[in-house]
Design a binder for this molecule. Structure first.
Ligand code: AMP
Ligand code: ZN
Length: 476
């Protein structure tokens, strides 16, 4: 019997058999990055989980419409619609315009995406390309009586008008009202109300602002996801994903404003990835959720600089269930790298030798693998099945090879093809070129340095000059 797909749904707090609104089609929206800095590997853990989900849906023959947004409009650093504008903060840090910052980090993000072997979404949607849709959504909410204006501040969503507001995240609204502190925006009717549109202060010009019926300003950051998801996928999605830090505020708000506007369920499944945690420093400080503002900020570039492959990190993520916390440490990443290496030693000789999967035994291994994956993405168990399968003396080599190829459609570890991506050592002549480039740079011979960079690019390797004067390379 074919195993059935079932996923944990944050909305119902139970694992449910997966069904779709329209037969054979999955409309899926994933909250994307805020492009004011590099993504850290915690952010990327969430995107790896979403990629595994995407692969499982593709494998099942669904036509998946997968949207990932790029938050390139400045929203404020706090969930309470106060604090600094993240994009402007990034621009000030780097002496660039907000638009340049957004473009630079969007490119960097997409490069990380490819390095981790994440499938391209059907469409990337930029918040700044959807300002009219966001304004239209706020107008609808205003017309339906869900919005109110705080003069010279903005348009707010009145969460008291949406009685289900607390249900999604199980919020204790009364407790929040009692605990409401000074410092929350003056004029807000309820502590959970949130900005739909922020009006620019009359005495300051913002780097990103647009005209609107309420005055020049910019959208509140929750609005973009509702507006873009509904524009591209319709009023009811099959799956909405994100990291679990988004549940309480961002996703509660997305539900309130989308369902307030349309009157129908916004998303049938909500799936959330667990946090990547960083270890406290030796003096006991830090630790907890990896974030851009605190503690060690590990990027894919840093992994490559330290001679890890991006897929070592992907393998590391596969070793934990997507909903559990995962502790990051370099030692744990070493273990993942060793395991992936040893796995490749077994799978590399099978490349190109696949036959069909026909024996009872092989079909049994396939069923066990899929049972694990279909049970709320049980990839740690699935990896164990793969390793056991490779040891089975009764399995013909051709079937083993075919199973590896089949499983890797879901794992995305590149086990079925030998790619340069996994080469950790630059081939000799290229290493010599990199050395020559170092000398050229020391001699300020930028022309030669650029020539060598282009030569390496032609051979499939990128180079990156780090602020500390070193140069790292990576497979393109
Ligand atoms: P951001 O760029 O901050 O908007 O976040 C992009 C995605 O990364 C969101 O889905 C977040 O929920 C997720 N995220 C942020 N921090 C972590 C973390 N430490 N572990 C896992 N996911 C995270
Ligand atoms: Zn979102």
């Amino acid at each position: 019997m074919t195993p059935q797909l079932s996923f944990y749904n944050t909305a119902s707090r139970t694992q449910e058999p997966f069904t779709t609104l329209h037969p054979g089609v999955v409309n899926m929206y994933c909250c994307g990055p805020t492009v004011y800095h590099y993504a850290h590997i915690g952010n990327l853990r969430t995107f790896v989980f979403e990629d595994l989900l995407r692969r499982v849906l593709d494998y099942n023959g669904y036509a998946v419409k997968h949207i990932v947004n790029i938050t390139d409009v400045g929203h404020l650093t706090s969930d309470a619609d106060t604090g600094e504008d993240k994009m402007e903060k990034g621009a000030a840090r780097e002496g660039k315009s907000v638009w340049e910052v957004a473009e630079f980090y969007t490119k960097a993000f997409m490069q990380d995406w490819e390095r981790l072997n994440l499938k391209p979404p059907t469409r990337w949607t930029k918040a700044t390309d959807h300002i009219p849709e966001q304004i239209a959504l706020v107008e609808t909410l205003e017309a339906k009586g869900y919005a109110y204006v705080i003069p010279e501040d903005g348009v707010y969503f009145d969460t008291a008008k949406f009685p289900r507001y607390a249900d999604f995240a199980g919020l204790d609204i009364r407790g929040m009202q009692e605990g409401a502190r000074i410092g929350v925006t003056e004029g807000k009717r309820n502590p959970t109300d949130f900005a739909l549109w922020k009006i620019s202060p009359s005495d300051a010009k913002r780097a990103m602002e647009w005209d609107s019926p309420w005055g020049r300003g910019f959208p509140g950051w929750h609005v973009e996801c509702s507006a873009m998801a509904m524009k591209h996928l319709g009023p009811t999605l099959d799956i909405h994903c994100g990291g679990s830090d988004l549940i309480r505020v961002h996703h509660s708000n997305e539900i309130a404003q989308s369902e307030g506007a349309t009157g129908v369920t916004f998303s049938r499944f909500w799936m959330h990835g667990g946090w990547l945690l960083e270890a406290p420093t030796a003096d006991g400080n830090g630790g907890g959720k990896m974030s851009k503002s605190a503690g060690e900020f590990v990027t894919v570039d840093l992994l490559l600089k330290k001679n890890y492959g991006a897929l070592d990190y992907r393998y590391f993520c596969l070793g934990a269930h997507y909903r559990s916390y995962l502790n990051f440490s370099w030692e744990a990443l070493d273990t993942a790298r060793d395991s992936l290496k040893s796995l490749r030693r077994k799978t590399d000789p099978l490349i190109g030798r696949a036959s069909a999967i026909v024996s009872e035994n092989a079909l049994g291994w396939q069923r066990r693998f899929l049972e694990a994956v279909y049970d709320d993405l049980g990839f740690p168990q699935a990896l164990a099945v793969l390793n056991q399968m490779l040891k089975d003396p009764d399995l013909l080599e051709g079937e083993k090879a075919a199973l590896v190829r089949d499983f890797d459609r879901l794992l995305g570890l590149g086990l079925a093809e030998k790619t340069e991506r996994e080469e950790k050592v630059l081939p000799g002549p290229l290493a010599a070129l990199l050395e020559e480039r170092k000398d050229a740079r020391n001699n300020k011979d930028w022309k030669r340095s650029d020539e060598i960079r282009d030569l390496l690019k032609g051979k499939g390797f990128g180079v990156k000059d780090n602020p500390d004067g070193t140069t790292s390379w990576f497979p393109l």
